[in-house]
Design a protein around this ligand. Structure first.
Ligand SMILES: O=C(O)CCC(=O)C(=O)O
Length: 278
């Protein structure tokens, strides 16, 4: 049964992510929401004629829909979910951003995705504090046979990233539909091979710290008139916020004030260090 996670449950999930690099929260999401997300993905794949990937990373029997935040309220509520966001905030701290939101439906006969880490392209020494925390929402059950995400526990503490051309021993993150897998961006992982006849459908909702670049350029990818109608927290999560009182201001204004003239105060660190000219 889905229930609102307690503070203890949230902090124990955060601790597990810090220790092992990942955690699964079972029954995290209401079954009705999972049903709606599943139906929406199938509708969008049909209506947008989304094809399968054509490379090792996206797969060749896997269908992905990117930039799901433009696809309506069902997807717009996901990043704010109260069994998800508090855990990710516990890992990345306040001021975090949505990095990307995409569906990943792994079809029959798909081979395993190369093992990689999601921070592999960011040129900073490892290990480092978490800068990325990703979530995979199980829209169908995830089983070893249908392509559940493969993980190599503890690798988030390694001083290097995996070689995507190499194979590694890994475990399958098996979980029931409605569960969410959380992992930190340094953890070595990859989508599994699907040897069944059914699709494994997941939604990858990825977050990053407020001081690094989002994978999907949401300020370009989401029409402003749509962002204007988002709840404030979601506006901040897509990039219309200010991190630590400085990063993201424009002409000393809050981005929301700059765009919509709504008077949101930027609250810049400079305001706390004012001096009277002499
Ligand atoms: O589909 C999955 O289980 C993982 C996908 C993934 O890690 C990726 O595409 O970067």
């Amino acid at each position: 049964m889905t229930h609102q996670l307690s503070e203890n449950e949230i902090s124990s999930a955060v601790k597990q992510i810090s220790n092992d690099g990942w955690v699964i929260v079972e029954d995290a999401i209401e079954p009705e929401l999972i049903d709606t997300i599943g139906k929406e993905i199938e509708r969008l794949e049909r209506e947008l004629s989304i094809g399968q990937g054509d490379n090792l990373f996206e797969g060749t029997k896997t269908t992905r829909i990117y930039n799901l935040l433009v696809q309506g309220e069902t997807f717009q509520q996901m990043p704010l979910h109260n069994n998800v966001l508090p855990i990710v905030e516990g890992v990345l701290g306040q001021g975090l951003l949505i990095s990307s939101l995409s569906s990943i439906a792994i079809g029959a006969d798909e081979r395993a995705q190369p093992i990689h880490s999601d921070d592999q392209l960011i040129p900073i020494p490892k290990p480092h504090p978490p800068i990325i925390c990703n979530t995979m929402w199980a829209i169908t059950d995830f089983t070893e046979a249908n392509g559940a995400t493969r993980l190599i526990p503890g690798t988030h503490l390694n001083d290097h990233s995996p070689n995507p051309m190499q194979s590694y021993d890994s475990i399958a993150a098996e979980m029931k539909r409605g569960s969410v897998l959380f992992w930190v961006g340094s953890l070595w992982h990859g989508g599994g091979a699907n040897i069944t006849t059914q699709r494994r459908i997941g939604v990858a909702l990825n977050y990053c710290a407020g001081y690094i670049r989002q994978q999907e350029n949401q300020q370009l990818g989401i029409p402003l008139e749509m962002i204007a109608k988002f709840p404030r927290k979601l506006q901040e999560l897509v990039g219309l916020g200010i991190y630590n009182g400085l990063l993201g201001h424009i002409d000393k204004k809050h981005p929301r004030d700059h765009l919509f003239g709504d008077g949101t105060q930027a609250g810049l660190i400079w305001d706390y260090a004012k001096v009277t000219p002499t």
